[in-house]
Every structure is written in C-alpha cells, then in structure tokens.
Design a protein around this ligand. Structure first.
Ligand code: NAD
Ligand code: UDP
Length: 342
C-alpha cells in the first residue's frame, strides 16, 4: 500500500503489547486508527499515549460483542497472550478468540474491509515436528489448562477458513511466535518481562522446569513489520503464515543472557514445570520470507538491550514517551540477523 494512502484501520486489542506498537506504526504511516479494547490485559496508559493524536480514537468495547463501524482494514489482536493472563479467565479467553473472530469477520463482510487475524504458534501445541512449518497440524491437549487459548485460536482459524470459502472475506492469518520488547507489562508473567524485571531488582530469576525448554524470540518491531506486509501483500497469502524469529534459545540460556546484560546479582532458581508447557518452539519462516519478502532483523542481544532500557526507565518513573524515545534512539549496531530461513 502506498504510504500516502490514508486508510481507516481498526485495531482490536490495540491497548495491548503488540496492538500498541501496531497503532504507533500505523499512525506514523499516516493512517486513521481506531483502537478497540476492553482494557482487560492492556494498560490504559497505552491508550492515553495517543489520545491527543488527531488520527487516533479509542472505543472501550468487548470484542465478544458485535459492533458496527466503517473501516477499510481490521487487525484482530484482541486476546490475552500471556499464559498467566489467558488462564485467569479461560472461558472468556476461548470466547474472545472465537466470538471476536466471528464479529470481526462479520464486520469485514459488511464493510468489505481486509483483515489480518493474530493466531499463534500455540496452534502447534507441544510440537512433534521441529521447526514448525505451517503444514504441521499440531499436538494440542484439548482439555488442559492451555486449551482455552490454543483451541480458541484453532477454532478461530477454522472459522476464518470457512468465511474465506463461503463468503469471500479477505482475511489473512499470522501465526505469531514469542514476541518481546518495550511496552510489555512488567507483571504479565511472560518470560522476557519477568526475567528482566527480576534481574533488574536483583530478585531470584524464576526458571520453570529445568530450563531446557526452548523458545525463539522475535523483537516487536520486526513482528509489526510482518503484520503490515501481511495486510498489504497482493495476492493474499496462500494460507496462514508463521511470523517469528527462528533464532532458538533455551530458557536457561536466555536467563543467563538476561543476567549478563543487566549485570544483575540475581540467583537462578528452578520451579516446577508449567503444565503442558511446549518443550520446543521455532518457526519455519520460509513461506513468510517468500510470500512477504519478510525476515526479522533485530538480533536478540540488541532487542534485549532495548527492552532492559525500557524497564530501567520504568523503575526511574520516566514517562512512556521518554521510555519509548529511548527505545527509538537505541543504536542500530548489532541489529541485523540477515539470514532468511532455508
Ligand atoms: P496483550 O495481552 O498485551 O494484548 C491483548 C489486548 O487485547 C489487551 O489490550 C486486552 O485488553 C485486549 N483484550 C483481551 N480480551 C479482549 C476482549 N474480549 N475484548 C476487547 N479487548 C480484549 O497481548 P499481545 O502480546 O499484545 O498479543 C496480541 C495478539 O497477538 C493476541 O491475539 C495474541 O494471541 C497474539 N500473539 C501474541 C504473541 C506474543 O508473543 N506477544 C504470540 C502469539 C500470538
Ligand atoms: N518461563 C519461566 N519462568 C517464567 C515465565 C516463563 O521459566 O517466569 C518459561 C515457560 O515455562 C516457558 C517459556 O519460559 O517454557 C516461555 O514462557 P512464556 O510464558 O513467556 O510464553 P509461552 O511461550 O509459554 O506462551
């Protein structure tokens, strides 16, 4: 899409971690942004940050309820993403995924809007295929504590596939892998924010299990770029696309990386393993690279340094703008991980 074409873009979950960064990018690109959120896991501060912007508006609304709006594009991000948050009210989580997708698909039908839906690597469950290509059908515990999220997201994908086939809706699906960066809530329980905050406060760094589980961490700016390309690409992608950074690391090595980068005096402590925690996770991004020309560029050390700066600023009670400007001003050195996946 040319940068000078102003669209009206709905971002559900726009107060959350990814939604906030996406709204920021869309406003910078000159669009009108409507942020829809019930503020259940996204902080109000992420809305207040933009309220003076003439092209930004906010609707406090639960995506499980239908809504009528005139929009050109929809990014459907509303859903808690941290295991702690999505397991706190599992019935709401499941219905947010399914009814939220249904309501946004109906809105796309009535307006002719194009839609990008945020699915997740959790559709692969505890994967038996590694790394995970989009063709893998997954290994999910249907009734376990993560099922509210995993199965909700899988059902949303099934619904989208049928709306595409039956009603011709142009909805693209991003299967997002672990993403981190400034703007995460320090108390949301995900590994990056938890370890960084624990290390900065010289508290015990809490590894769940023996630390051998792996994740592949994508810096938030790379992920947002992937979402924007997914919305813009013509023709529509052939199916759901993985978006994530294939640079895989064990949780234990990640904890050590955080201790080193923060200069912390924290100890590592080992807690019980979380139930149904996927043992490995790494995206095969060859399709996203081929179809979107997309590859993540920010290496873990550079992204982690920016994230640590952000949380340091939080403890110094800097404003959100100051902490984010610090993030923008971070040097570009060491950022590039230029190797596309095979
Ligand atoms: P987040 O919890 O920070 O943001 C989610 C936002 O959705 C919050 O602002 C929350 O208040 C809002 N929300 C939740 N339920 C709602 C409802 N019923 N109605 C309206 N708003 C509601 O999570 P995030 O990390 O920003 O993730 C955004 C999306 O990306 C989610 O759909 C998530 O499943 C997906 N995703 C994220 C990651 C990641 O690593 N961040 C990985 C995979 C998938
Ligand atoms: N984890 C951990 N300590 C924490 C939070 C998470 O050891 O305080 C581990 C968790 O068990 C998992 C990995 O880090 O193996 C990633 O967890 P996270 O909650 O960030 O996201 P997930 O990928 O499980 O959705």
């Amino acid at each position: 899409m040319p940068r000078n074409t102003q669209s009206t873009i709905l971002v559900t979950g726009g107060a959350g971690f990814l939604g906030f960064h996406l709204c920021r990018r869309l406003l910078a690109d000159g669009h009108r942004v409507i942020c829809l959120d019930d503020l259940s896991s996204g902080p109000r501060e992420h809305v207040q940050h933009f309220l003076d912007h003439p092209a930004y508006s906010f609707i406090e609304h639960d995506v499980r309820e239908p809504i009528a709006l005139q929009v050109d594009q929809i990014y459907n991000l509303a859903c808690p993403a941290s295991p702690t948050a999505y397991q706190a009210d599992p019935i709401k989580t499941n219905l947010t995924s399914v009814l939220g997708a249904r309501n946004m698909l109906d809105l796309a039908c009535s307006t002719g809007a194009r839609m990008v839906h945020s699915s997740t690597s959790e559709v692969y469950g505890d994967p038996l295929v590694h790394p995970q290509p989009e063709s893998y059908w997954g290994n999910v515990d249907i009734v376990g504590p993560r099922a509210c999220y995993d199965e909700g997201k899988r059902c949303a994908e099934a619904l989208i596939a049928d709306y595409r086939r039956m009603r011709g809706v142009d909805c693209r699906v991003a299967r997002i892998f672990n993403t981190y960066g400034p703007g995460m809530r320090e108390d949301d329980g995900r590994v990056v924010s938890t370890f960084v905050v624990e290390a900065l406060q010289n508290r015990d760094v809490t590894v769940q299990g023996d630390g051998s589980h792996t994740r592949s961490m994508c810096y938030v700016d790379d992920l947002v770029e992937g979402l924007i390309r997914m919305m813009a690409v013509e023709p529509a992608p052939s199916g759901p696309l993985n978006l994530g950074n294939p640079d895989e690391i064990s949780v234990l090595d990640f904890a050590r990386r955080v201790l080193e980068a923060t200069g912390s005096r924290s100890r590592l402590v080992f807690l019980a393993e979380a139930v149904d925690d996927p043992h490995v996770r790494r995206p095969d991004i060859s399709r996203a690279t081929f179809e979107l020309g997309w590859v993540p560029r920010v290496a873990l050390d550079a992204g982690l340094a920016r994230t640590i700066d952000y949380f340091r600023g939080r403890s110094a009670t800097a404003s959100l703008s100051q902490r984010l400007d610090g993030d923008r001003a971070a040097p570009a050195t060491g950022e590039v991980t230029p190797e596309p996946a095979e």
